[in-house]
Design a protein around this ligand. Structure first.
Ligand code: ADP
Ligand code: NI
Length: 215
């Protein structure tokens, strides 16, 4: 029987290997940031099981289609069962993996505390200075324009995002990134999101001042 530290080490090695071939928006550094943020939120909130939160954050993107379309829940059960992790913990980690994403997350299911925390951490990593870097990195990866001034910015928020076809990276802010602040589940998430949101607004103001000098 392994202890929690050994289980975390084994899962870390597995996830690190699984994401090694992926684009940097979903690479290991994203997972590491989400783990750190989720544990920080867990500590500030003073609730949520730290072990479940850490496992959930580590495995939140396992099976993501951008990871190569494996079946997340199946991979998670296989690994955690081989490590003799408690059935109730496995169930929670799978629920985090299945319910974390932007589109799925908007439909009301009864969210566990651990899911609320990891979802906030994942969404926070798409905001602020890091979120901006990730967005332009993703846009570059897809060959998208940084901005297209000929298409309105707020046409179909959410829906445009769901089809993952933002007109430009600046449009992606209006389709998704500026909406995240109001989707936070925890008080700590809301506090961190406000700061990151304000920074994105400052960034966009500056961007448009540079794009339209004299306006
Ligand atoms: P998640 O990690 O929540 O599953 P996604 O897979 O949707 O997020 O996106 C990964 C990163 O790429 C995020 O930072 C997101 O903002 C960014 N991204 C997704 N779609 C676009 C897009 N069309 N333009 C620019 N950035 C994008
Ligand atoms: Ni993620």
């Amino acid at each position: 029987m392994k202890n929690e530290k050994e289980i975390i080490e084994a899962v870390t090695a597995f996830v690190r290997e699984a994401v090694s071939s992926h684009d940097s928006g979903h690479g290991w550094s994203h997972i590491e940031r989400v783990v750190r943020l989720a544990l920080y939120i867990c500590d500030c909130e003073g609730r949520g099981d730290r072990f479940v939160v850490e496992l959930g954050a580590l495995m939140h993107d396992v099976g993501d289609h951008k990871f190569g379309a494996h079946n997340g829940p199946e991979e998670i059960s296989r690994l955690l069962e081989s490590l003799r992790v408690d059935g109730s913990v496995i169930k929670e980690v799978i629920s985090i993996n299945e319910n974390i994403s932007f589109s799925k997350g908007r439909h009301a299911i009864e969210k566990s505390i651990a899911l609320r925390i990891v979802q906030d951490a994942d969404r926070l990593d798409a905001m602020g200075a890091i979120g901006i870097a990730r967005a332009f990195n993703y846009g570059g990866f897809k060959g998208n324009e940084i901005y297209n001034p000929h298409k309105g910015l707020t046409s179909n928020p959410g829906e445009v995002y769901a089809s993952s076809k933002s007109v430009s990276t600046i449009h992606h802010f209006y389709d998704k990134l500026l909406l995240l602040k109001d989707l936070m589940n925890t008080e700590t998430g809301r506090r961190l999101a406000q700061e990151r949101h304000d920074f994105m607004i400052t960034y966009l103001d500056q961007f448009f001042r540079e794009w339209n000098p004299g306006n």
